[in-house]
Design a protein around this ligand. Sequence first.
Ligand code: ZN
Length: 232
Amino acid sequence: MGRRSRSVLLAFLLAGLGLLVVLSPVLHRPAPLPIPPSTTPQPDTAPAAPPDFGPLVDVATLDPSIVIDLRYARDDNIVGRQLYPVNRALLLPSVAERLVRVQARLREHGYGLKVWDAYRPPWVQRELWAAFPDPRYVADPARGSNHSRGAAVDATLVHADGNELEMPGDYDDFELGRRDHPAHSELARRHLEILTEAMVSEGFIPYEGEWWHFNAPEAARYPILDIPLEGS
Ligand SMILES: [Zn+2]
């Protein structure tokens, strides 16, 4: 290699070194600094916590195909005014699950459930007793109702699409309440049989004095609960 060649090589090496020095900040770009959290308040996008019903669950969240039509959430009931602030059927989880299984059985045959009452707060039981103090039809609040334990359901049979069927009578029609009342039509009796068979298959115990009332097995062993229907 001649002197001239060495000079050219040296020039190239120096130029390359210079390029490295120039590019160094680019090639070794420092990691970006973490962005400090913003101090401006952000809109609250977190989903609202579900209402707390204590040990009870909302039947509609387990099976929205069950029609919920609580008569004490309306004013056409034996008291003549709305008692429940919301149309919400709450039950103990094991009782609600039985009811969901009843609904599945009925839907196989083109039927479904309509719930007229489920959990009933004790203050409502006192109102009902004040209006109708007859222990054949309304539980004495001093003893407590299985409804207030979340362990009883008032239900009727409907078409799978929710439409009414002929039944022995209306809710709280105590005149026609007895399951074996001779005035029930043949069709109403047959529909009641379908309802009763599905409920009994899942462990519910019918009440002779009110065809619409069904207790969960061992309902009385559960405590009376004082819970707002709208949650807390
Ligand atoms: Zn009842």
